[in-house]
Design a protein around this ligand. Structure first.
Ligand SMILES: [Zn+2]
Length: 545
């Protein structure tokens, strides 16, 4: 997702800092019952495996009203008479059917517990039709679902519901661990409008009542929050990159600007394909769609609201003169096609797998386009945005989004990991294979760590843990004995088994130290003031005692 919310949070923290008190980490909020129902992979979720959704929804722009059904196909993993689905309390459950049989259900905040008259059997596949209707609430970061008008007065309706959850506008199993394998979307809208949703455009059908149904087919697993409506007076143009279809949509008044700006999509795709392999959703194609908020990674239907200008909302986002060379939203949100949409986290707690990796993909884009030194400069510029106040991994099972450090500290950590590997050819193979190994899967940090441990033969667990599960950066303590021409060094860290090499000494003639938490000594002719540490390669603090 975009960092709009986090910019706001940064401003709040800055304001707090101005009030002369050192800014304190926010006090953790006690999870509510609703947080647990939404965030936990509870027994009525774990007893089944999603296979397929067909969301068939009619959208009335004037009444801001939705009505329709989601056909949900799933396989039971154990015998049970109850499953958990989710639908925001503002929307009505009209009926839930198993074939012709109406099912009983019980609502509890956003959860809908569906009860079956007889036990569903492990290993068997079932399909239910969940009919719903109502006026969804506009809430959360980007409004979740917004009913706006464009400057010429046409309805402009968009969804962006990460965080609050897709169940704010349609019924589904609203969690991160389990995804459908494929999905159909049928979106009925007034005849003069266009709907752009995820996947491949199948066709449109005039319903004869002033509405037209637009059908889309998603041929890959998809996150619930990626499922998207973009309804408006869109103009469409098409292009391709090799065999990959590229489709672009913008409002008529922005068409010329959009055609110029969206041309950056090709370079972005080439860069990421270079590092990670083929675009993840080849059969569904890549789409970039104008939207009224900054942007979102909706799978194969990336939304864009960055004012058709480079940088982020017109600014030099990282402040070192590199961001103005490219459109931050195109490069960041599209990077999520690889990390977030293809490789996905199985719990919001581990969202750095989306955001830390995608921020690192920006750094790789810069390296691919402008070379190693600019890549490193761009990466290190993110240090100014890191807070080190809360761990990157947040508590599990309560739908609690991690702090903004998941983006910037996440990327700086991955750059550090590259320096630990200390062999770029090997690093490129590692990250390529990491993506290929986990594509289309939902994973946790433990899976990431196990992969890197296994592939490198190192025990990187304490390193991952220090950066992701603690707040403080590793601190390299250096203590001089200039009379003896020696320096002692050790890591000051939370993880007792932490060991990480670091390059130090004289720039361009680095020596690699192998510090642990125990003091070691190095002979050096360098005085305290001359001795440097390669902090652009390793994200650490240095304390010269
Ligand atoms: Zn993002």
């Amino acid at each position: 997702m975009s960092i709009w919310l986090f910019l706001l949070a940064v401003r709040v923290v800055a304001l707090l800092a101005q009030s002369a008190q050192p800014s304190q980490p926010p006090t953790p909020r006690v999870p509510t019952r609703a947080d647990i129902l939404r965030g936990e992979y509870g027994p009525y979720r774990a007893n089944n495996d999603l296979l397929f959704y067909h969301l068939d929804v009619r959208v009335d722009p004037e009444q801001k009203y939705l009505s329709g059904k989601n056909t949900i196909r799933f396989k039971m993993l154990q015998d049970a008479t109850r499953i958990q689905l989710d639908l925001h309390a503002a929307l009505n459950v009209d009926r839930i059917l198993l074939g012709d049989i109406p099912l009983k259900y019980e609502r509890d905040s956003g959860a809908v517990f569906v009860d079956f008259p007889e036990a569903l059997r492990a290993g068997r596949t079932y399909s239910i039709d969940f009919h719903y209707s109502g006026n969804p609430v506009e809430t959360g970061r980007f409004g979740a679902i917004t009913f706006k008008k464009d400057s010429s007065g046409h309805p402009w309706i968009n969804t962006a519901c990460e965080g609050i959850g897709a169940s704010v506008w349609w019924p589904n199993k609203d969690q991160w661990r389990d995804e459908v394998d494929s999905m159909e979307l049928s979106v009925s809208i007034p005849n003069d409008l266009v709907d752009v949703s995820n996947g491949k455009f199948i066709g449109k059908t005039d319903l004869g009542d002033g509405y037209t149904r637009w059908d889309w087919l998603v041929q890959y697993p998809i996150n619930n929050y990626d499922v998207s409506l973009n309804i408006g007076n869109y103009q469409h143009w098409a292009d391709h990159l090799g065999d990959l279809p590229l489709d672009f949509y913008a409002l008529p008044e922005n068409l010329d600007k959009a055609k110029k700006q969206f041309a950056q999509a090709k370079g972005m795709l080439e860069a990421y394909q270079h590092y990670f392999g083929e675009y993840p959703f080849q059969k569904d194609g890549y789409k970039l769609i104008e939207a009224p908020y900054s942007g979102m990674e909706h799978q194969t239907a990336v939304t864009y609201g960055n004012h058709f200008t480079n940088g982020y909302l017109g600014r030099d986002w990282t402040g070192v003169g590199i961001s103005p060379r490219f459109d931050f939203i195109i490069i960041h949100e599209s990077g999520h096609e690889w990390f977030g949409n293809s490789v996905s986290a199985a719990d919001v707690s581990d969202m750095w797998i989306h955001e830390g990796w995608t921020t690192y993909l920006e750094c790789l884009y810069v390296e691919y386009m402008y070379g190693h030194d600019d890549g490193l400069k761009y990466t290190n510029a993110y240090k100014s945005k890191v807070r080190n106040q809360q761990p990157i991994i947040s508590p599990r099972g309560i739908n609690r989004e991690p702090p903004q450090d998941q983006y910037f500290k996440g990327a700086l950590f991955l750059n550090t990991l590259r320096s630990i590997v200390n062999d770029d050819a090997r690093w490129w193979t590692l990250i390529h294979d990491f993506y290929q190994h986990f594509k289309y899967r939902n994973i946790m940090t433990e899976d990431v760590v196990a992969f890197f441990n296994q592939q490198t033969g190192m025990n990187l667990t304490p390193v991952f843990d220090q950066y992701l599960r603690h707040t403080a950066l590793p601190e390299l303590e250096l203590k001089w004995n200039e009379a003896e021409g020696a320096v002692s060094y050790r890591w000051k860290v939370d993880e007792p088994a932490f060991r990480m090499p670091v390059r130090a000494g004289m720039r361009n003639h680095w020596q690699t130290l192998q510090p642990t938490v125990e003091w070691q000594t190095l002979k050096t002719p360098l005085k305290k003031g001359e001795f440097e540490v390669a902090t652009d390669l390793y994200y650490v603090t240095v304390n010269k005692l």
